[in-house]
Design a protein around this ligand. Structure first.
Ligand code: SDX
Length: 424
């Protein structure tokens, strides 16, 4: 039911009334679905700067206030008081689990962590020096070749088991990808470890030596998973929703999300931040790189800075920075790249170019420092992002299907040649 009406007056035509809806919080929306038929016009919004693609109850971002809520709970509180699997349950189901529900969910995920043995054969088809994200795209897309028993997207049980399989198997697949790149034997998951411990076990232990997992590193890893879990209608989530609207199976949709996340303007930025810090090398070079970032003729952008929605600090960056201090402090690491990153942030935020454009550090600016402290190689950073975001992608995929959404099919402003005949 519309809360208000908007009136659109196009020169030479009668005014058109459009419904206006209000959400729980955030901007109202003008429903333009009838615009094509009632006026013969389309809206025009490349990059979706002012377009709401759907209705959702999962995550809310207030870019001006730097607020991020998952089913109403602030990200700062979830990062401090919750854990990743509890946050997964919240995103998937809308409420925090009871003690019994949590125990059942954790047990369900534990029992889906192993992947089909033949996936190793698939893995062997890749070059060892392939980028881990290329391998992740391939393997996750191939999962639909192994799970024929749960591909009916209209079956709620199929949707649920696919969600559980993906959340459970992404760490196993990510660790496989890493071990394969190192030429080391793959490690199987263990049911006596929690989600983050299990991932670190599969990443860094070997059959020759199984060391206990540091609780500091496991807690930091779990926090990283929480901070990357979901983020409204970002590019990769919108990709998953669009792919899902065609009826594609969940594994194919998540593979599409992984591919979209890989871009350096999106999830690939965490890897790009470390590369950028390496290039800057020293505080004395910061001004030179800021000049490059401000030069419109230079494609260089300050990686880990700026955001389509946040025009204030990304709340995840704040928690990430605190976690940096905690982890490096507890590990006794004095990382010069952290010093350089902090100096870069300080100088950039005092520069009018960045201040005028509300460019602040985003989730990717500090995450790489922590991942490096945990021992994750830079090439695996976006894989970690993809693993964490899988629950967000699949939650939006489930919501989109439950809403009965039509296939997504945007129109265009055509400026190519008018009809012409091929005369010969
Ligand atoms: C993620 O959408 C999400 O929610 C994504 C994400 C999630 O959790 O899913 O939050 C994860 O992708 C975080 C963003 C990671 N990407 C980066 O750190 C790459 C660097 N950032 C930029 O590429 C950029 O800030 C974007 C892509 C993040 C946002 O781009 P927009 O919204 O299209 O903004 P814009 O390019 O229109 O920028 C506005 C102005 C422009 O200058 P003017 O034309 O006004 O003169 O700000 C400038 C831009 O040139 N600008 C930058 C800049 N970011 C924007 N200039 C230098 N360095 C930057 N980083």
């Amino acid at each position: 039911m519309a809360d208000k009406k908007a009136q659109l007056i196009i020169e030479g035509a009668a005014p058109v009334e459009l419904p206006v809806y209000s959400g729980t919080v955030g901007p109202d929306v003008i429903d333009v679905r009838s615009l094509g038929t009632s006026t013969g016009h389309f809206t025009f919004d490349p990059g979706f700067m002012s377009t709401a693609s759907c209705e959702s109850k999962i995550t809310y971002i207030d870019g001006d206030q730097g607020i991020l809520l998952h089913r109403g709970y602030p990200i700062e509180q979830l990062a401090e008081k919750s854990d990743y699997l509890e946050t997964c349950y919240l995103l998937l189901n809308g409420e925090l689990p009871t003690v019994e529900q949590k125990a059942k969910f954790v047990d369900t995920i534990k029992n889906h962590t192993i992947v089909h043995e033949q996936l190793k054969t698939f893995l062997n088809g890749f070059r060892r020096d392939a980028h881990p994200m290329a391998v992740m795209c391939g393997i996750v897309g191939a999962l639909s070749a192994f799970y024929h028993d749960s591909l009916d997207i209209n079956n709620a049980q199929h949707r649920e088991i696919s969600a559980h399989r993906l959340i459970a198997k992404m760490p196993t697949i990510a660790a496989m990808v890493y071990k394969y790149s190192m030429g080391q034997p793959l490690m199987y998951p263990r049911n006596d470890l929690n989600y983050a411990e299990n991932f670190l076990h599969m990443m860094f232990n070997t059959p020759a030596e199984v060391k206990p997992i540091s609780p500091v590193l496991a807690k930091a890893m779990d926090r990283i998973f929480i901070l990357h879990a979901d983020h409204e209608q970002n590019a990769s989530t919108s990709t998953v929703r669009l792919a899902g609207s065609t009826g594609a199976n969940p594994f194919a949709c998540i593979a599409a999300g992984i591919a979209a996340l890989w871009g350096p303007a999106h999830g690939g930025a965490n890897e790009a931040v470390l590369t950028m810090l390496d290039e800057i090398g020293d505080v004395s070079n910061i001004e030179k790189f800021l000049a490059k970032a401000k030069d419109k003729n230079d494609p260089f952008k300050l990686m880990g800075f700026g955001h389509r929605v946040y025009k204030n600090f990304d709340p995840r960056a704040k928690v990430m920075k605190q976690t940096c201090d905690e982890v490096l402090g507890e590990l006794g690491i004095n990382d010069p790249q952290l010093e350089l990153a902090m100096k870069l942030e300080e100088i950039a935020l005092s520069d009018p170019y960045f201040a005028e454009r509300n460019l602040y550090p985003n989730v990717d600016f500090y995450s790489g420092i922590i991942l490096k402290a945990i021992g994750i190689p830079t090439s695996m950073f976006t894989v970690i992002f993809a693993m964490s975001r899988t629950v967000g992608w699949i939650s939006h995929w489930k919501e989109m299907i439950a809403s009965g959404q039509k296939i997504g099919r945007p129109r265009q402003l055509y400026t190519g040649p008018a009809k012409r005949d091929l005369t010969r």
